[in-house]
Design a protein. Structure first.
Length: 309
């Protein structure tokens, strides 16, 4: 009897330990007990405010939760370094940052203005001439993701000296950078997506920049869960600054990464076509002597001296 009771108590204790273990390791367990985190750092997307950015991430988190059964929390970050230090399971990462450091599994591309990329340009409060901006200030979004390469190489195509502007004014997001120029207080020029210039004059087009990427940061998650999360994200409309998401496409980020490197332009050298010259075109024939005359023979002889008598 005592032996039987001991076995029963032992099995009960083992079951209790299993329950406790499962509840404590919910982070890695599938189904309703799992906890996921989503981080967002997208300073170039024109959300109305930082609160609006967080609310968008929270709405996306709820959509993922409904599709996976997991508990999903969202958090907005003010820098890319801060986001990486928190190690979320998934993240909405600004296009420039993902291009500069493409770590993680790309699951979707954000759509803004009906496309997964936007045209950028240099805008100014001083008029359309680039020369008018020499020794002036340039406002930009300070991401910490190779900002120098983005500005000098991707935007200026390595054709403007780093000393052209007197200084560069870093701002936390695109609306703040544009406002710095519109106010005519902090800077005279800014790089921004076309459509956000608020009355500023376009100086020149700077090319296309991809929108934010939705990335799997935690590589230990199961493939089945990752597929469910990706499906939930791509089907999420949400509205607001990010209209929706499309299937993953890495090419635009690779292209921007290449443009962020310094470019040295050299003139093209080509073999000239052969030139065939007629000898008659380069020789000058002597003038023809029409009249001939005989030279007197006497001129070839010297007259002898007078004979001495």
């Amino acid at each position: 009897m005592k032996k039987t009771l001991g076995i029963i108590l032992g099995l009960g204790a083992l079951a209790l330990l299993l329950v406790v273990g499962l509840s404590r390791s919910g982070k890695s367990q599938p189904g309703g007990g799992q906890k996921l985190t989503i981080g967002v750092y997208a300073p170039t997307v024109p959300f109305a405010s930082s609160q609006a950015r967080l609310q968008y991430a929270q709405s996306l988190a709820r959509a993922i939760s409904q599709n996976t059964g997991a508990k999903v929390a969202a958090q907005s970050f003010t820098s890319m370094s801060q986001l990486r230090s928190k190690k979320p399971d998934f993240a909405i990462i600004d296009g420039q940052c993902f291009a500069a450091e493409p770590k993680g599994n790309l699951l979707a591309n954000a759509k803004v203005g009906g496309s997964t990329s936007r045209s950028w340009a240099l805008f100014s409060s001083q008029g359309p001439r680039i020369q008018s901006l020499e020794h002036k200030k340039l406002a930009y979004v300070k991401t910490g993701c190779n900002d120098g390469g983005f500005l000098n190489n991707a935007m200026f195509e390595s054709e403007v000296s780093s000393r052209f502007f007197s200084s560069k004014v870093g701002k936390p997001d695109v609306p703040a950078a544009v406002a710095e120029v519109v106010s005519r207080k902090g800077a005279e020029a800014v790089f921004a997506p076309v459509g956000l210039q608020k009355g500023l004059t376009k100086v020149f087009d700077a090319g296309s920049v991809p929108n934010p990427a939705f990335v799997q940061m935690n590589s230990r998650l199961s493939k089945s869960l990752t597929r469910k999360v990706a499906k939930a994200v791509r089907s999420f409309g949400g509205g607001g600054a990010i209209e929706g998401w499309s299937s993953p496409e890495m090419g635009s980020y690779r292209s921007l990464r290449g443009r962020m490197g310094r470019h040295v332009k050299r003139g093209l050298l080509a073999d000239p076509p052969p030139v065939r010259v007629d000898v008659k075109d380069v020789l000058i024939p002597p003038k023809t002597l029409d009249d001939t005359d005989l030279t007197p023979v006497g001129q070839h002889f010297k007259a002898p001296p007078d004979r001495l008598e």
